[in-house]
Design a protein around this ligand. Structure first.
Ligand code: SF4
Length: 455
C-alpha cells in the first residue's frame, strides 16, 4: 500500500497521547486538596529533576482557528494581577515540595507569553528561579508570536535564560491569513527566526496548520517551500481541529471553503515528502527536525520524551503546571487548573492553588501509559522491559491487543514481532493509530468528538 493509501486508511479521530488516560477521562474528584497532598508527600522523588509549564492566556487579537485556552484583550494592565497570581502559585507549590527543587525543563506557553512587558517577564522569571534551580543544560522555552514580540523582549528573554523558541506561523498565504484573522508576513517571521538564532536560541520551531479555510494543495505547497527556505530547526505540522462545540469562535470559518478529508490527506502527504527531501526528519506523527537538531539526536539515542508541552529531549519525571488551565503530571496522577483567568486569580487568592480536575491512575492505567509512552517516544515495545517494570507477563496483559497488530506488521508500520516491535520510519506517521490499540477507554467507545485527526 502506498503512502497516500495508508494515510487515507489511518486518518481517523484519535488522541495525541500527551497523557494517558486522556483528558476526557479526567474528573473533578481530583481536587486542589489532592494536589496539595501529593506535592507535600509524593509528587516525585526529592532528587528528581522536574519540568515546569507556565500558562499566559492573553492575546491581543483572536485567530479564528485557535484551540488554546485564551483571553482576548488589548488591556495590558490585565497581566499585572495575573503575574502576581502566578507568583503566588509558584510560591505555594515550591513550599509544599520542600527544599529548593531543580528544573531541567521550563516552558512558557499561551496565549501569548510576550503579552507581558519586559518588566513582567523579569519579575516572573526571577520569581521562578527564586524557588527553583535550573540545571546548567535546562531547556528553557517560550512560545513567540512574531507579530507582537519586540527585539527588546527577545533580548531580555535570552538574558533571563531562555534558549528555545517556538514561533506561531500556520500559513504564509495572504488569503488564508486574512480568512483566519492572522496577518503575518514571511519576512516578519524570517526576521524573528534570524534574531532568535543570532541571540543564541537553538531548536527554534515553526508551528504550521493544514486544513484551514482557502488552503489547497497549491497554496500550502508554496507555504512549505517558503518554510524550507527560511529553515527553522524544527517544524510542527498540525491538522486543524475544527471543534466549534468546544470553541464557538471557530464557527466563523465555516463561511469559507475548507479542504475536506481527501484534500487534507494530499496536502499532508505533499508537505511530508517536501520536508523529508529538504533534509528534515520525521520525529513522530506531526513533528520534524533537521538532522543537526538535538531533537533528532534524542530520537536516535532514545532520550525523546513526551508530555503536555509536546516532544522534549528532557525526560522529566514530573511536570508542574502553573497558571489558568495548566496541567501537572506526577508519577500516578494528572492535575489541571481552573480554565478562566479571573477565576484562577480568585482561587489562587483564596487557596494558593487552583486545581479543578484531574485523574488518579489505576494499575491498569499505569501499565497502558507506560506502553503508549514507549510507542510514542522510543518507537518500540519490548515485552521484557514491560515485564521487568511491572512483574507481569506482557502477552497475558495484552492478549487482545496483540491480535490487533497484524495489519501494522504487514503494512510496514511495525517491524519485529509481538514480543519486540519497532515502529518503522514510515510507521512514525501512524504511531497514534498503533497506540490507540492499547487505549482501554477508546474500546469503551466515546469522546471521539474531542479528538483531532491522527494523520
Ligand atoms: S496568538 Fe495563538 S493563542 Fe492567541 S489567539 Fe492566536 S492562535 Fe490562539
Amino acid at each position: 500500500m502506498g503512502l497516500i493509501e495508508l494515510i487515507r486508511k489511518y486518518s481517523t479521530l484519535g488522541p495525541r497521547y500527551t497523557s494517558y488516560p486522556t483528558a476526557p477521562q479526567w474528573t473533578d474528584h481530583v481536587s486542589e486538596s489532592h494536589y496539595r497532598e501529593q506535592l507535600h508527600h509524593k509528587f516525585a522523588d526529592p532528587s528528581d529533576e522536574l519540568a515546569l509549564y507556565v500558562h499566559i492566556p492573553f492575546c491581543e487579537q483572536l485567530c479564528y482557528y485557535c484551540g488554546c485556552n485564551i483571553q482576548i484583550t488589548k488591556d495590558h494592565s490585565r497581566s499585572t494581577q495575573y503575574v502576581n497570581a502566578l507568583l503566588r502559585e509558584i510560591e505555594t507549590t515550591a513550599t509544599l515540595l520542600g527544599p529548593r527543587r531543580t528544573l531541567s525543563q521550563l516552558s512558557w506557553g499561551g496565549g501569548t507569553p510576550t503579552f507581558l512587558t519586559v518588566a513582567e517577564i523579569e519579575k516572573l522569571q526571577k520569581g521562578i528561579t527564586q524557588y527553583f534551580k535550573l540545571t546548567s543544560d535546562a531547556e528553557v522555552s517560550i512560545e513567540i508570536d512574531p507579530r507582537v514580540t519586540s527585539e527588546e523582549q527577545l533580548c531580555a528573554l535570552r538574558e533571563f535564560g531562555f534558549n528555545r523558541a517556538s514561533l506561531g506561523v500556520q500559513d504564509f498565504n495572504e488569503a488564508v491569513q486574512k480568512a483566519v484573522n492572522r496577518i503575518q508576513s514571511a519576512a516578519m517571521t524570517e526576521t524573528m527566526l534570524q534574531k532568535c538564532h543570532s541571540l543564541g536560541f537553538s531548536g527554534v520551531n515553526f508551528d504550521l496548520i493544514y486544513g484551514l479555510p482557502l488552503q489547497n494543495l497549491e497554496t500550502f505547497s508554496a507555504t512549505v517551500d517558503e518554510v524550507i527556505r527560511i529553515r527553522p530547526d524544527r517544524i510542527a505540522l498540525y491538522n486543524y481541529a475544527h471543534l466549534p462545540s468546544l470553541r464557538p469562535h471557530q464557527k466563523i470559518l465555516e463561511q469559507m471553503p475548507m479542504p475536506q478529508a481527501e484534500e487534507r490527506v494530499e496536502i499532508f502527504t505533499l508537505a511530508y515528502e517536501k520536508l523529508l527531501s529538504a533534509g528534515y526528519r520525521s520525529i513522530g506523527m506531526d513533528h520534524f527536525a533537521l538532522q543537526t537538531d538535538e531533537m533528532y539526536a534524542s530520537l536516535l539515542d532514545g532520550r525523546l520524551y513526551r508530555n503536555f508541552m509536546g516532544y522534549t529531549v528532557k525526560k522529566g519525571a514530573a511536570l508542574l503546571g502553573i497558571g489558568a488551565s495548566a496541567i501537572g503530571e506526577s508519577s500516578d496522577s494528572y492535575f489541571q487548573n481552573i480554565r478562566e483567568a479571573k477565576s484562577y486569580e480568585e482561587m489562587i487568592a483564596q487557596k494558593g492553588l487552583a486545581t479543578l480536575r484531574g485523574c488518579q491512575l489505576t494499575q491498569d492505567d499505569l501499565e497502558r501509559k507506560w506502553t503508549i509512552q514507549s510507542l510514542m517516544c522510543q518507537f518500540k515495545l519490548d515485552s521484557r522491559q514491560f515485564e521487568d517494570h511491572f512483574q507481569k507477563k506482557f502477552s497475558e496483559k495484552f492478549t487482545w491487543e496483540l491480535t490487533q497488530l497484524d495489519g501494522f506488521f504487514q503494512e510496514g508500520i511495525l517491524e519485529g514481532n509481538t514480543q519486540f516491535m519497532r515502529v518503522t520510519d514510515l510507521g512514525r506517521l501512524f504511531v497514534r493509530n498503533v497506540a490507540m490499540i492499547f487505549d482501554a477507554y477508546l474500546r469503551q467507545g466515546n469522546h471521539k468528538a474531542t479528538y483531532s485527526k491522527t494523520v
